[in-house]
Design a binder for this molecule. Structure first.
Ligand code: NAD
Ligand code: UD1
Length: 338
């Protein structure tokens, strides 16, 4: 019995490989290295002390996937592979629909052919759009998305629900991540973004290490406790552990189940800056800049369903997130090229 992890070389995937191995699962990893480096997998092997099969394979390569499924007995798929940059998706919608939507259809076709009936899918809090009040709950309406990236996540949730209707033995856990940050506590694996980071923590880390002069805080006139945007930051190791629980759930249940993975607590941009400076003793120069188009004031989860169905809740603190992010960044200033 093995669990296939698509995109297992990426940020969340590499941390999930470690947690799956620690929980005693056999894993098989595929990745096309579009947004990751082979070194991440070397470090997963080093940290876990375990080896596992890896295939350099694109999820749109049906023959390649058949080879993976015929050489391994795959019981479930954790499906991370996909493109994730919101701004890029507006410029290149075709690439996003092709990679994320078409890629998942190819994956499903091969799963079906080999009788594999369980998938844990990387969805996003973005499916809630800007229309629902926080705390966000799984039964709130979804689909009011504002960009092609978000639309791929929404559409794939709907498609996976259809697959569950067509095959009553099929199980799809739709994990809606809030804002993953942090790194493995060893400082050996972490997020290694290409180019200028869009997300707060990777940008802040590049300011802290001196690669960039200052952080722009996008707006301080929101209706929040200090006027800056509030989000539900979740440690990537907590998130990875949520996948172990989701696989266990998918083994025992059928049907489609959307589940939030968040902490239920919102922190503002300035909360993050202050916590980071305090925990690490490193200054983070910032300026207040105009609001970023498309941003909302507040977004945080109601994590009760994950606790109820998966027996999971986030355990690591904001201090852990800041400390572990900095350990990774300062130990690997050039990411995996360090
Ligand atoms: P990532 O880019 O670090 O990892 C994705 C991995 O998939 C990369 O290693 C990439 O090379 C690989 N990949 C991309 N297209 C592929 C293809 N066609 N075939 C094979 N491999 C392919 O991203 P991440 O942050 O680890 O995110 C993982 C998943 O979680 C993505 O689906 C993303 O949309 C989703 N998600 C991420 C966040 C976040 O903030 N990081 C939030 C919500 C949802
Ligand atoms: C982004 C994505 C969203 C994705 C989520 C988690 C956009 C528009 N949305 O949302 O689809 O699901 O990440 O990966 O990109 N901020 C600054 N300065 C910066 C960067 C960010 O002040 O340089 C602020 C933002 O205005 C926001 C907060 O920090 O208030 C978090 O931003 P970010 O990390 O980009 O995440 P989201 O906006 O939640």
């Amino acid at each position: 019995m093995a669990i296939l992890i698509t995109g297992g070389c990426g940020y969340i995937g590499s941390h999930t490989c470690i947690e799956m191995l620690a929980a005693g699962y056999d894993i098989v990893v595929i990745d096309n290295f579009y947004n990751s480096k082979p070194e991440a997998l070397n470090r997963v092997k080093e940290l876990s002390g375990k080896d596992f099969p890896f295939y350099e394979c694109d999820i749109r390569d049906e023959e390649g996937l058949r080879k993976v499924f015929s050489e391994n007995k795959i019981d479930a798929v954790i499906h991370f592979a996909g493109l994730k940059a919101v701004g890029e998706s507006v410029e290149k919608p075709l690439e996003y629909y092709d990679n994320n939507v078409y890629g998942t259809l190819v994956m499903y076709r091969v799963m079906k052919e080999f009788g594999c009936k369980r998938i844990v899918f990387s969805s996003s809090a973005t499916v809630y759009g800007g229309v629902n009040p926080s705390p966000l709950k799984e039964d709130m309406p979804t689909g009011a998305v504002t960009n092609p990236y978000g639309r791929t996540k929404y559409v794939l949730e709907e498609i996976l629900k259809d697959f569950c209707v067509s095959d009553p033995a099929f199980s799809a856990v739709l994990l809606r991540y809030f804002n993953p940050v942090g790194a493995h506590e060893s400082g050996r694996i972490g997020e290694d973004p290409n180019g200028i980071p869009n997300n707060l923590m990777p940008f802040l880390l590049q300011v802290a290490i001196g690669k960039r002069e200052k952080l722009s805080v996008f707006g301080n006139d929101y209706d929040t406790h200090d006027g800056t945007g509030v989000r539900d930051y979740i440690h990537v190791v907590d998130l990875a552990r949520g996948h172990v629980k989701a696989v266990e759930y998918a083994m025992k249940n059928v049907g489609a189940q959307p589940i939030n993975l968040g902490t239920g607590v919102g922190y503002s941009v300035l909360d993050i800056v202050k916590a980071f400076e305090k925990v690490n003793g490193v200054p983070v120069p910032y300026v207040i800049a105009p609001r970023r188009a498309g941003d909302i004031a507040t977004c945080f989860s109601d994590p009760a369903k994950a606790a109820e169905l998966l027996g999971w809740k986030a355990e690591l603190t904001l201090e852990d997130m800041c400390r572990d992010s900095w350990r990774w960044q300062s130990g690997n200033p050039q990411g995996y090229d360090s």
